[in-house]
Design a binder for this molecule. Sequence first.
Ligand SMILES: Cc1cc2nc3c(=O)[nH]c(=O)nc-3n(C[C@H](O)[C@H](O)[C@H](O)COP(=O)(O)OP(=O)(O)OC[C@H]3O[C@@H](n4cnc5c(N)ncnc54)[C@H](O)[C@@H]3O)c2cc1C
Length: 382
Amino acid sequence: MADKNPSLSLTPKTKKIVIVGAGIIGASLGYYLSQRNDITVTLLERDTPGAGASGHSFAWANAFGKDPREYHTLNRRSLDMWYRLAHQLDTDIGIHYGGEMRWESDPQRAAQLRQRIHQIQRWGYPCRLITCDEMLTLEAHLQPGTVLAASLSEADIHIETDTFIDVCLRQACEAGAVVHSQTEATGFVVRNGSVAAVKTPNGEFPCDVVVLASGVQTTELASLAKARIPQQRSPGIVIKTTPCVEVLHNVAVIHAPPKDENHQHLHLRQLADGSLRIGQGTQEGINRDDSQAHADALLARAKTYLPAIADAKAIPTPVGYRPMPLDGFPVLGFTKAVPNLYIALMHSGVTLAPFVGEMATLEIVDDVRVDWFAPYRPERFG
Ligand SMILES: Cc1cc2nc3c(=O)[nH]c(=O)nc-3n(C[C@H](O)[C@H](O)[C@H](O)COP(=O)(O)OP(=O)(O)OC[C@H]3O[C@@H](n4cnc5c(N)ncnc54)[C@H](O)[C@@H]3O)c2cc1C
């Protein structure tokens, strides 16, 4: 933690904070902020909570593929915080523990996996190479085919985002926060260079601080306050299935190799109701195909690795748009243009939600600048 933020002239005593967006980031922030004294928290959500990227996410919390090291560490800190947050919220928040298991059947990719594991082990990530026998001991239903290298990243988890968002908002409301669903922020009342109120069709919401946790819409909203927060378009698809038998007994997430050059890696997780979530490619991979044929094809590939899910039916899911800042890294902090406008925009928001919620609360309430956020300030975009 470091020096005071000189641009803020706010004094405590019922600081009014309006959060625009009730995805996983807005919900986490709403929870942390509402736990503080002399703070009133209002969340404005134009749809229903979780309707944005959070509801379309693969929701694998990890620091596996996060480079450079500084960004890996940010994700790692947040990943490790999920356990503390679960304890604090003291109810089922939709976490699935057990780590992430992956394997490769192509010699070049197997070499890359070994290299990656050694690199992140040096960074202190709890992961290791495992044998095919260990894979099958962990997941007896698996029929992995050729395994040239396999790994387990033991700290990784996945999260049922709807459950987590519900819990955060419920506990925030118990602490006095108010959530307005179907209430779209359409503009700002700016007085003396600061946002005095957020405009909506249902009226104006006065504020001392406004937080944009509005996902892909953050760019447009920020521009209304003359702040430049550029994003790239990043559509992705994670299909759902009907509930099926429990196939993942120990690990939370699996990444299976492509069968051939025409395919991408497959990732899969299972929810408490038995349904599966399946995606392909990397966490940043572009995919716009929300057809039944695509959903069927993904599930068919999953069935070759997990024949026990033979009865599952694929449910196509609409395209989800990742909040994706132009350089791929989070945008966190007050803007120079409007000193009481706080931006919380990021990909990997499922991984980052606990840490961002807790640290942004320090910045907003205690008027400090958190060093961990220094590389991710909004002014880097000019
Ligand atoms: C296909 C896919 C796979 C992903 N996989 C992973 C993964 O495995 N791991 C990981 O960590 N991350 C993953 N992500 C990214 C992660 O889901 C997002 O970073 C995270 O959900 C962002 O949360 P958020 O709350 O910032 O945004 P959102 O969930 O989009 O929430 C923003 C909310 O703001 C509301 N809103 C927008 N404009 C307004 C307005 N004007 N007024 C009021 N409300 C407004 C929206 O309706 C929305 O509910 C994935 C995303 C996608 C799409």
